[in-house]
Design a protein around this ligand. Structure first.
Ligand code: OFO
Length: 169
């Protein structure tokens, strides 16, 4: 059993995860359009991860006997500037998501909702990895600067990313 306030907040998080998926799908489309297929692959894998984040919340709300309520998903941008700017925007978005997860943990703590606290731990850990991935790629993009060969190398590296559903799925 979880409170109505908690249910509303978790439904709001589903919307944020769906927006994340939509945002990264839009970034993937942009990368394909400019010929960066490796970057496009990386963002499409990210899209799949975000869908998993949303569905995990969806299942949790259902398991708690509450109702999933889907809200409209905001339209994401369609132009993202340079690859560095795109990853800086990605990091900024992930920091926003981290704050949102922290707010949920705060609410669960306030309500002494131990089940939701435990459930949210997975997201707390996941956000460390998400921000870490972005920071790593940003560092590489800063290193190469305007070097086209460097960009080509990173594009090849990002082409190797494969979506692996978490073990519990
Ligand atoms: Fe990117 O972690 Fe979910 O939103």
């Amino acid at each position: 059993m979880i409170s109505e306030k908690m249910t509303d907040a978790l439904n709001g998080q589903i919307n944020k995860e769906m927006y994340s998926a939509y945002l990264y799908m839009s970034m993937s489309a942009h990368c394909t359009n400019v010929g960066l297929d490796g970057f496009a692959n990386w963002f499409m894998v990210q899209y799949q991860e975000e869908m998993f984040h949303a569905m995990k919340l969806y299942d949790y709300i259902n398991d708690q006997g509450e109702k999933v309520v889907l809200e409209a998903i905001e339209q994401p941008p369609t132009d993202f500037g340079t690859t560095l700017e795109m990853f800086e925007a990605t990091l900024e978005h992930e920091q926003f998501i981290t704050k949102s997860i922290n707010d949920l943990v705060y609410l669960a703590t306030e309500e002494r909702d131990y089940a939701t606290q435990i459930f949210l731990q997975w997201y707390v850990t996941e956000q460390i990895e998400e921000e870490g991935n972005d920071n790593e790629i940003i560092a590489k993009l800063k290193l190469i600067g305007d070097d086209g060969n460097g960009l080509f190398t990173i594009d090849r590296e990002l082409a190797a990313r494969v979506y692996t559903p978490p073990a519990e799925e």
